[in-house]
Design a binder for this molecule. Structure first.
Ligand SMILES: Cc1ncc(COP(=O)(O)O)c(C=O)c1O
Length: 492
């Protein structure tokens, strides 16, 4: 076996070893059931340490590609490929739906209960977050700025954080100065401020369908109407449908999640991002871009933001560290282009500023806490969790199940046959202390009753595996009951 290891990639040695083996599996050189070279043999062959080989094998195990058999070595695993279909494009009727999100509010509160296996709320497992480092940095920050952390500071945020945020935005293809950044209480506030800056109550906002329910909550609280635009599970919002909607009616703004969206996991390609910006310019339409998952790609470099293509300042870019560092610190930012002053004023009038201790802690982590190393670890963990969950779905769910294949982030979208009722599954799963996010939460018109979203942000465990198995069983039972014409699947 030829396993030349590249020394110059932006990957650790063991990741490079794992990559090579992964490629040999993908190309069919190593087939299901084949034994991998022993750890000692590979160590000699590649001139890498034993622990490097062990780490590489552990990574491949985490990805579900190989398995260790006691006293026999490592073998290529069965069923390493996800064989279920992907969800279909959404085909929403284009109506301006009045938004009613009380269900989303009730369900999202319920999903967060600590006694549940949380496959509902899209939250990262605390085990994956650098909590000890953040706490240490926060202590240092408070000691070093004992008075400042208790004083009013500039509404647009602390300079060190805006400086770090501007640096990170370079990876997303955006060249912005620290002065163009407004620090917010998470992405949620950035979205609210941005929407308020470009709309008035009663206006219509074009959104992806399905879309993140927090965006629907924001639209509702601002008395805005939503216009659902069909969305592709891999490529995001359909530009032809968006343009047709813009021609047919008055739309004041568009709002979407550009990279590894929630709930579909879609990620728009660069060409499409460029075309979208051209469309915005033609129709003089502002776009609220939520890029909260943009740094969580599994392979290659971070996808660009739509903002990177924005030459006329029409994109209001929103993000936070909630999915990478800490949802609890409530630190995010907006880059609002031509609407910047308005966003700053709104921030000031709403809550003056974001907690200084939180801002400076995040700034300290971004500048010297090893953020890139942490991100590499996090991406691998999310990828492996997502992969294992997908495999368990293949194993336990009905064959008709369609499941998304995101290339970043940590949520999966499942589409069941049309007769399926995800609310019924949600109620039943709750009784087994498992939470899921039913599809109708993601649509103001109540579509997607046969779909649901699963959170893969929490580390894989036997408990999670059993929860997926249980959901698969409940889904099969419900479909069997439907086939027999029964309303209540518990009879089957
Ligand atoms: C797409 C999207 N935007 C925004 C948020 C909320 O972000 P934050 O906690 O930074 O307010 C979430 C959280 O799940 C999300 O999935």
């Amino acid at each position: 076996m030829n396993l030349n290891v590249d020394n110059f990639q932006d990957k650790t040695l063991y990741e490079q070893v794992a990559d090579r083996i992964q490629r040999l599996i993908a190309e069919g050189t190593l087939q299901v059931g084949d034994r991998l070279p022993s750890v000692r043999r590979l160590h000699k062959q590649l001139s890498v340490s034993i622990s490097t080989v062990l780490e590489a094998y552990r990574l491949l195990e985490d990805q579900g590609l190989i398995e260790a058999r006691p006293q026999s070595g490592y073998f290529v695993k069965r069923a390493s490929l996800i064989h279920l279909e992907e969800p279909q494009d959404s085909t929403q009727p284009q109506q301006q739906a009045p938004i009613e999100v009380s269900l989303a509010f009730r369900v999202s509160n319920h999903m967060r209960h600590s006694d549940r296996v949380n496959l509902g709320a899209a939250v990262p497992g605390t085990e994956l977050l650098p909590i000890a480092t953040l706490n240490r940095l926060m202590g240092q920050v408070i000691r070093a700025n004992a008075d400042d952390v208790h004083a009013y500071q500039a509404s647009k945020g602390c300079e060190p954080l805006r400086h770090e945020a501007a640096k990170r935005l370079m990876d997303a293809g955006c060249s912005v100065t620290p002065g163009e950044i407004v620090v917010t209480n998470g992405t949620t506030e950035a979205l609210h401020l941005s929407l308020r800056a470009v709309t008035c109550p009663g206006d219509t906002v074009a959104i992806e369908s399905p879309t993140y329910y927090g965006l629907l909550e924001a639209l509702e609280s601002l008395h805005l109407k939503a216009l659902e635009i069909p969305t592709h599970p891999k490529e995001g919002i359909c530009l032809e449908n968006l343009e047709a909607a813009l021609q047919a009616r008055k739309v004041t703004a568009c709002a979407l999640v550009s990279n590894f969206s929630n709930p579909l996991g879609s990620c728009m390609g660069d060409r499409k991002k460029q075309q979208l910006v051209e469309l915005l310019n033609r129709y003089e339409l502002p776009l609220v871009e939520d890029d909260i998952y943009g740094e969580l790609q599994f392979e290659g470099s971070r996808p660009k933001a739509i903002k990177a293509f924005d030459t006329e300042g029409r994109v209001l870019y929103c993000t936070s560290v909630s999915k990478t560092l800490s949802p609890g610190l409530r630190v995010g930012w907006a880059v609002a282009g031509r609407y910047q002053v308005k966003v700053e004023q709104l921030k000031m009038s709403l809550n003056w500023m974001t907690s200084v201790a939180s801002q400076l802690t995040v700034a300290a982590f971004l500048s010297n806490g090893g953020f890139d190393r942490h991100l590499r670890h996090l991406r691998r963990a999310y990828q492996s969790q997502l992969h294992r969950t997908s495999q368990a779905i293949c194993e336990w769910f009905p064959a008709e199940t369609r499941v998304s294949r995101p290339e970043g982030g940590y949520v999966l979208w499942l589409e069941m046959p049309p007769s399926f009722d995800a609310m019924e599954l949600y109620e039943e799963a709750s009784q087994h202390n498992i939470s899921i996010a039913p599809g109708i939460m993601f649509s103001p018109s109540g579509s997607y009753q046969n779909c649901f979203r699963l959170n893969c942000g929490i580390p894989w465990s036997e408990e999670v595996h059993q929860a997926i198995q249980k959901l698969g069983y409940l889904s099969k039972r419900q479909l069997a009951a439907r086939m027999l014409g029964m309303e209540d699947s518990r009879i089957v």
